[in-house]
Design a binder for this molecule. Sequence first.
Ligand code: GLC
Ligand code: CA
Length: 553
Amino acid sequence: MPYDPAQVTERWWHKATGYQIYPRSFADSNGDGVGDIPGIVSRLDHLADLGVGFVWLSPVYASPMADNGYDIADYRAIAPEFGTLEDFDRLVAEADARGIRIVMDLVVNHSSDHHAWFRAARADRTSAFHDFYIWRDPGPDGGPPDDAMACFGGPAWHWVPEIGRYYYGHFSAGQPDLNWDNPALRAEIWDMMRWWLDRGIGGFRMDVISLIGKDVDARIYEEGPTLHQHLQEMHREVIAGRDIVTIGESWSVSTETAQLYCGRDRDELDMVFQFNHVVEGWDPVLGKWAPRPVDLVALKRVFNRWQIALSGDGWNSLFLSNHDLPRHLSRYGDDTVYRVDSAKAIATVLHLMKGTPFIYQGEEIGMTNAAFTSIGQYRDIETLGHYADQMARGVSEADFIAGANANGRDNARTPMQWDGGPGAGFTTGTPWLELNPNYTSINVAADRATGDGVFAHYRRLVGLRRDDALVRHGRYTPHLVEDPDIFAYTRTLGDARLIVVANLSGEEITVDLPGELQVTGEPLISTHGAHDGALGPAPVFRPWEAVAIRAER
Ligand code: GLC
Ligand code: CA
């Protein structure tokens, strides 16, 4: 079906850029070294200046914090280290006053093993809560039902001697999977979601939602047989009639299955986070701990495929960084000599695509990977769990740390660098995870003081999306797809055209520009001055130079 923007009902989140906050690492108000909700409130003006329309708040619920809140012990309470429900309500109100909506993280594939449901479930197999989780009797040899492995290391089946059964914990023993086949469990979740929405939140980011339809006996975990019926029930019970945004996380979604989640007539979600571009950077067999060098042609192929696949129906989310990934500037850009230029060039390419862009905290000032040197500096359950597994397999500590420094999750979790003073303006105490020592030069205050730093560039990109229908709805056409250094595409809407050309390399390049990209028009944004709004047949692009020009056909 040809894409007709006139047929699309414009929603508030089509105009908005999202901003992800990882609360533990954003701003600490009381000096205990852990970020908290009052800290977020104190920094809302930073987000308002950036112009973002909503915040995706990583979990702030009561939790033993085995996975920093992705292990929830009480879905209706705030973790004491993050604040109180009153603090949360104040956050919603203060954000609202700045035109920013708060999107909660919904973590319902699993709870914490500290949740009251699980305590009841594991104490007594006749309890009504027992069936809220996934239990199996031991296999014929008395061991676990199968040899499934948990994402954070070790087996996925966890033994409870008191009742002589195993439960399934896809991620870890502390994160028992909820049994979505149980209608009473689903009713509890719908009720809980309505409870938060009634507090005025702007929607949900749904953690590993592609796992909720699993069939453990068939060993189908991702996109299992009941996934879409659950999402449609959720839509009927909770979402229908509310002007919110829903974003599902799916590590398995492909361009073939994306419309099942977010097609116009599906009544499921507004968009999904897909990871096809992320796994391009992993060894296909050894996974994330064995990073592969960046291949721009392959990366462009992924983005181009997604842009085209969802051009008629569905909606893309656009992101390179989040709390589970390395800092994208260190991964795809140059985090030393061309740090500022590469941060801007990459952002230009990503933010001018069609979809809803997400900025991960610190990205807007060009924060970089952590570069820890010893395993004792890491805090992440995944990194530490895999470290144990890999050491048992004879991998050297140095090799493991090299992998963790490239792709580990703590890279994104070092505290936000607000200024160059002690504690980086993040805390007056000792941060829960070490600060990146480069905070003395890379920080919000320093970047904003230059006037044309990374932040200023991001603010402009956010504004372009908000103000220009061409950026929101223009049809995407890729160009120079085989070029190893240049990312180029056009967007078209009516008589208007947007031409985006970026040199994503550290070398100066004379670009052999196809005729369709040779234009004269209005320079919208650029890293180095926009060639005066004109691109001829052979423009010279400096290292990490990006240009976007708006032209009439
Ligand atoms: C998601 C979260 C990640 C978490 C996992 C288990 O992938 O983004 O941080 O560890 O789910 O909840
Ligand atoms: Ca604190």
